[in-house]
Design a protein around this ligand. Structure first.
Ligand code: SAM
Length: 268
């Protein structure tokens, strides 16, 4: 297969990537045959997956607007993915053009695309770093140049922690970010769960594993535990459509079919 010009030469086109598979679920064009193959297999197991990812993006949009309403003007979006409709800076800068957003991902394709999209975009930066290494990530010049850690920051970890198993100590990483944040900052988190029994035999995880991607789901209690040290904003850890819906009609009859929890915590 020919290496597309927009793909960094270090990227192995024979292995799927979580970022590009997710791009496919959302109807994006930045994915390869190997990503589409995995995505199609997953959709066969869980036909609602594209709708689940849309519910996740809708939660992201609502939570960013919520934080803007509370005066937050800077965002650190870790595991930001391949840019798609309704990126964080678009939502935030619609309210305040001076809002600042740093996008972080460990996938080179997501980073390359974000950079291409944002070269001319004021008050944004793109950083290639890993959530699991908070010391390095927080010291990255792209982060420190744009964000003021003495003022509130919206720290976004949206659909990224399923790629961080317990052996990689996600709770310790979150605690390190929490310590770096000023009081009045927020953590926005969404997380896939098996609590509703949508994939009782773990077939989706097995498909990802075959593509060398480890995925973990977490229970409501495990997601709650990740928020340790944050004051949970009402209504706490809930299925995505139930978190501050724009209107009652936006809540589907079966919110648990979103397959993921959303929660926002405030740093006190
Ligand atoms: C499912 S996508 C979510 C994208 C976006 N946050 C959203 O919710 O629409 C997960 C993203 O997390 C990134 N990711 C996975 N593990 C990561 C890590 N350890 N550090 C940084 N990014 C990571 C993947 O590359 C991918 O782009």
């Amino acid at each position: 297969m020919e290496h597309p010009h927009w793909v960094p030469s270090s990227v192995d086109l024979t292995r799927p990537s979580a970022a590009r598979v997710y791009d496919y679920y959302l109807g994006g064009a930045h994915n390869f045959a190997v990503d589409r193959e995995l995505a199609e297999q997953v959709i066969r197991e869980l036909p609602e997956l594209p709708r689940m990812t849309q519910a996740n993006r809708a939660f992201l949009r609502r939570s960013v607007r919520f934080l803007m309403d509370r005066g937050v003007r800077q965002f650190l979006d870790i595991g930001s993915g391949i840019p798609t409709v309704g990126n964080v800076h678009e939502i935030a800068q619609r309210v305040d053009p001076h809002a600042r957003v740093v996008y972080v991902d460990n996938d080179p394709v997501a980073v390359a695309h974000s950079r291409a999209l944002l070269t001319e975009q004021p008050n944004t930066a793109v950083v290639h770093a890993d959530l699991r290494d908070p010391v390095r990530l927080l010291a990255d010049p792209g982060v420190t140049a744009l964000l003021d850690f003495d003022a509130p920051i919206g720290l976004l970890m949206v659909a990224v922690l399923p790629f961080v198993p317990d052996c990689d100590r996600p709770a310790a990483a979150i605690a390190a970010y929490r310590e770096a944040l000023a009081p009045g900052s927020y953590l926005v988190l969404s997380h896939a769960t098996d609590d509703a029994g949508l994939d009782p035999e773990g077939r989706v995880k097995a498909l990802y594993r075959r593509g060398s991607i480890q995925v973990v789901t977490r229970t409501r209690q495990q997601v709650t535990d990740l928020l340790d040290g944050f004051d949970m904003v009402d209504p706490g850890v809930v299925y995505l459509p139930l978190w501050h819906p724009d209107s009652a009609e936006d809540v589907a009859e079966h919110p648990e079919r979103s397959g993921a929890y959303g929660v926002v915590g405030r740093r006190v």
